[in-house]
Design a protein. Structure first.
Length: 153
């Protein structure tokens, strides 16, 4: 009976872990746009995101679509070393810059505005868009449709 209970618990745990990974996707590259290496990532796990941020060779513009996820990252990782600029995509915040957990964060109403106004410079840089949840999926699809204009030239 004990073996059967242990097996049941192990199977339930394995199923729970497998379901966690269903929503996670891998980071996607879109090549160079305005001379920047552009990447997107939908629902990354914290440990994956942190290890990726620390491995980029150039300054990083980190763009989040979810304020709570950004706040969570900032409380567990000192981004000063790896992140050159933090950006939050939000159409509900009217300020241009806000402070989140002691870090200055640029506010952009949408990804298109951010690309048009803030990425048109010549310095080598990486831009990583991080999206979460169903709202993030919609924002990712909008961004991908917009990026297609630059990728098909």
């Amino acid at each position: 009976m004990k073996v059967k209970e242990d097996l049941t618990k192990a199977l339930l745990q394995a199923r729970k872990e497998a379901l966690q990974y269903v929503d996670c996707t891998s980071m996607q590259s879109y090549g160079k746009i305005f001379g920047k290496d552009v990447f997107t990532w939908l629902n990354p796990f914290d440990f994956q995101l942190k290890s990726t941020l620390t491995s980029f060779p150039f300054p990083l513009t980190l763009v989040f679509s979810d304020r709570q996820a950004l706040e969570k990252l900032l409380t567990t990782l000192n981004t000063d070393i790896w992140v050159d600029q933090l950006v939050l995509i939000s159409d509900s915040i009217t300020d241009d810059i806000v402070e989140i957990d002691g870090n200055k964060c640029l506010i952009a109403p949408n990804c298109q505005t951010l690309i048009k106004e803030n990425l048109n410079t010549s310095a080598k840089q990486i831009v990583l868009f991080v999206f979460y949840g169903a709202d993030g999926e919609n924002k990712l699809m909008e961004l991908e449709n917009y990026l297609k204009m630059f990728l098909t030239r």
